[in-house]
Design a protein. Structure first.
Ligand code: IPM
Ligand code: MG
Length: 357
């Protein structure tokens, strides 16, 4: 029996509600399989800690997480604290400190969930967006001068390094190769951004030579939004910069029904550090404490975590359970249902217990 060490950081807003639900489901899976166990250590880091002692996490936070096999993260953000403090105080230091340079964002339409696209149902849309997660437009490079004066200036410089672009490109080609269609779209804006984005195109072509079995094409990011809406079946795996993929993945989540369904993994493909898995919806203060948060994004996130840990059977069993529950119409209000977080969690746990896997 393998035991995996999971560091849970539920943090803010609906984070504790969905992570609690996710841990319940993981527990049901572990019990069902009898092959693995999870040893969960929960950290009470986040905005409440910031209000109490002025820091989102302890100074040795990364050292505390380092020996975990994976990090299971809820959400950060609070209405009374500026976003850049909560984000740069907890989530980004983990992503950057553990060099989780690949952000993986799958999108699918679940049975029973209505896509925002007409005539598109389960099976028609199965995307994997790979977001560069360590540099690009979110490198934090830039500054401000002459504050408050008429001549004030601010710069926000995107950083693209050969190492950074090449490693995300290789990762994307690998992921595309592992999927049935072996199809990759490289997204840039190289018509207008003639330095960094042309560099992306060049590196894409170089890396592509090592993957002759993967079919690839290029798309400009603006045209990509239209293609996602107009020709969703023409897309499989997508790789894009930090900013472009941030935007495209929100569009993808909305097209598939709701951001309440969208998972993500912040991955260190070299496995030098623990990778971090989180739902992408954020803290959602408007529904915090109401018990109606959609836990499906977190369940899918948990499935990605199991896959990463090397438990593909449990990962697949969880996806099957989610699909059964969605198909049965047990849906939270964000996707048109009346079920609560508890109802969905209980139904998914029941589906897992009833499964033969
Ligand atoms: C996401 C989120 C974050 C991001 C925000 C909160 C900075 O939108 O995970 O996509 O862009 O990284
Ligand atoms: Mg985003």
């Amino acid at each position: 029996m393998r035991t995996y060490r999971i560091a849970a950081i539920p943090a803010d807003g609906i984070g504790p509600e969905v992570i609690g639900a996710g841990l319940e489901v993981l527990d049901a899976l572990a019990t069902r399989s009898g092959q693995f166990a999870l040893q969960v250590e929960t950290h009470d880091w986040g905005s409440a800690r910031y209000r109490r002692i002025g820091a989102m996490m302890p100074e040795d936070g990364l050292a505390q997480l380092k020996s975990a096999d994976a990090i299971f993260f809820g959400a950060v953000g609070a209405p009374d604290i500026p976003d850049h403090i909560t984000l740069w105080g907890l989530r980004l230091p983990i992503c950057q400190g553990f060099d989780q340079y690949a952000n993986v964002r799958p999108t699918r339409i679940f049975p029973g969930v209505e896509s925002k696209l007409r005539d598109v149902g389960p099976g028609d849309l199965d995307w994997l967006i790979i977001r560069e997660n360590s540099e690009g437009e979110y490198a934090g490079h830039g500054g401000r001068a002459h504050r408050g004066l008429p001549e004030e200036v601010a710069t926000e410089t995107a950083i693209f390094t050969r190492v950074g672009v090449e490693r995300i490109m290789r990762y994307a080609f690998e992921r595309a190769r592992a999927r049935p269609r072996k199809l990759l779209t490289v997204v840039t804006k190289s018509n207008a951004q003639r330095h960094g984005m042309v560099f992306w195109d060049e590196i894409a072509a170089l890396v592509a030579a090592d993957y002759p079995d993967v079919t690839w094409d290029k798309e400009l990011v603006d045209a990509m939004t239209m293609r996602m809406v107009g020709k969703p079946r023409s897309i499989d795996t997508v790789v894009a910069t930090n900013l472009h993929a941030d935007i495209l993945s929100d569009l993808a989540a909305a097209l598939a029904g709701s951001v309440g369904l969208a998972p993500t993994g912040n991955i260190d493909p070299q496995r030098r550090f623990p990778s971090m898995f989180e739902p992408i919806h954020g803290s959602a203060f408007d529904i915090t404490g109401k018990g109606i948060a959609n836990p499906v994004a977190t369940f899918w996130t948990a499935s990605m975590m199991l896959e990463h840990l090397g438990e593909p059977k449990a990962a697949a069993a969880l996806m099957t359970a989610i699909e059964q529950v969605c198909a049965a119409g047990i849906l939270t209000p964000d996707i048109g249902g009346t079920a609560t977080t508890r109802d969905v969690t209980r139904a998914v746990c029941d589906a897992i217990r009833g499964a033969n896997a």
